[in-house]
Design a protein around this ligand. Structure first.
Ligand SMILES: Cc1cc2nc3c(=O)[nH]c(=O)nc-3n(C[C@H](O)[C@H](O)[C@H](O)COP(=O)(O)OP(=O)(O)OC[C@H]3O[C@@H](n4cnc5c(N)ncnc54)[C@H](O)[C@@H]3O)c2cc1C
Length: 401
């Protein structure tokens, strides 16, 4: 059986970006995954991306693969805020440029004999590789609060399972949470004719201000981003004016103490809505400072007992309750391989700066690498940090960023 140098599992932004950097390093990867599948199948239709255009390019060693180049070459204009359909079209275009022979089969299991990885695919075929990169995304890590453990998923979907908000037209829907996914989901449900209420444990909802500082700076320095532009306001678009440069750069991030790193991660991933949401959520009631204590499945929906002593009856609940990263949820790894991966107490794998696990040749990219390279890895913009580092580690030589 032919042995591949590197197999990349995942054809979302991370898998595709890493494939482009591996090619730059003269390693031709074998890429498996359905292109942009999570974005196509899980994100709500008509969703707007919170990240700006410059933070939404899938990183590659050549400018011809940026979102700006996509617009130039295809003549498809992408406006800001970016509609999810446009971003998916860009990701699929990127895939066609970089990975012509994408294998869209599911990987069922991965085993390791101490030298070579063996991947079993859905149709029973086996592939062998010296290195494997897992870029499986955030979808495996959805967090469902324990009060909802007994509730069927159709009655209480997670916000990452809200592909068609129109199906809730005319229904009473409680949205739990105050992050971007929860709030954008609430706005789309409201616009689709659902009777929406937002419930949050915190004292209220916060929205980002219009990024006038960045917009003004980009207006004053038109054209492609230069080194200088990166130094003043990097495109990653995460954090405040004082922290944005540290968060953008994994080397600066890693030099901070663990406590400072945790504080920076909190700033970058704080639950907060985009600046365009307040107008869209006008008229949607918000119940702040309440927790859902108990959930009963009743004949016509769900009855929620709240921490303020009140109850509310709804047809559906949307759980905008975030994600809990835990490498043990990677159930495609066979038991002994999973046990060989060193983990931190909180379930993240211990990774090198090249995103290699403690198993030689096994790499993990995307949100699972955020402890190693910082919070950019939770977003598309972090592909610029992950791609060159993973490719350099596999190829054993520096790779153009
Ligand atoms: C509602 C919502 C809104 C978001 N908005 C933004 C935003 O505006 N900006 C932003 O930067 N980020 C946003 N994100 C975060 C975004 O999901 C990630 O940044 C991005 O998808 C990470 O890319 P990825 O390549 O790691 O994973 P994904 O895009 O999830 O891709 C995973 C890939 O792995 C493949 N795969 C998984 N398991 C297997 C298997 N067993 N076998 C074969 N293939 C497999 C899938 O087919 C897919 O190709 C949002 C997330 C959500 C949920």
């Amino acid at each position: 059986m032919q042995k591949q140098d590197a197999i990349v599992v995942g054809a979302g932004p991370y898998g595709l970006s890493i494939a482009a950097y591996l090619q730059e390093a003269d390693v031709e990867p074998y890429v498996i995954g359905r292109p942009m599948a999570f974005w196509k199948e899980h994100m709500p239709r008509r969703m707007l991306l919170r990240s700006h255009i410059e933070a939404s390019s899938i990183a590659a060693p050549h400018e011809q693969l940026s979102l700006a180049a996509y617009q130039r070459m295809t003549g498809s204009p992408v406006t800001e805020p970016i509609p999810v359909e446009d971003f998916i079209a860009y990701g699929q275009w990127f895939q066609r440029q970089v990975v012509r022979n994408l294998d869209t089969r599911q990987v069922r299991s991965i085993a390791y004999d101490g030298d070579v990885f063996a991947l079993s695919l859905e149709d029973g075929e086996r592939l062998l590789a010296r290195s494997v990169v897992l870029a499986l995304g955030i979808g495996l890590f959805t967090h469902r609060p324990p009060q909802f453990a007994h509730v069927p998923r159709e009655l209480a979907p997670h916000s990452s399972d809200l592909a068609d908000p129109a199906q809730f037209r005319g229904k009473r829907v409680a949205v739990l949470g105050r992050g971007q996914s929860a709030l954008e989901g609430a706005a789309l449900l409201h616009e689709s004719g659902a009777d929406v209420e937002i419930l949050t444990r915190s004292a209220g909802i916060e929205y980002l201000a219009y990024p006038w500082r960045t917009k003004l700076f980009r207006k004053l320095t038109p054209g492609p981003l230069t080194r200088f532009s990166h130094m003043v306001i990097p495109p990653t678009d995460l954090g405040r004016f004082r922290t944005v440069r540290i968060i953008a750069d994994p080397d600066k991030f890693r030099r901070r103490s663990p406590e400072a790193q945790a504080a920076l991660a909190k700033v970058a991933t704080k639950p907060i809505g985009a600046y365009w949401l307040p107008t869209r959520l006008k008229g949607v009631p918000v119940r702040a400072g309440v927790r859902v204590e108990r959930v009963d499945v009743v004949a016509d929906g769900l009855k929620l007992a709240l921490s303020d002593g009140g109850t509310t009856c709804v047809d559906r609940v949307v759980l905008g309750t975030g994600y809990t990263v835990d490498v043990s949820k990677y159930d495609i790894l066979d038991g002994s391989l999973r046990r060989a991966i060193r983990t931190c107490d909180d379930g993240y794998p211990v990774l090198t700066t090249g995103l290699q696990t403690s198993v030689n040749g096994l790499y993990m990219a995307g949100v699972i690498g955020e402890k190693a390279l910082g919070p950019t890895l939770r977003f598309v913009t972090g592909t610029s940090n992950a791609g060159p580092r993973v490719a350099a580690a596999i190829a054993g030589k520096p790779v153009r960023r």
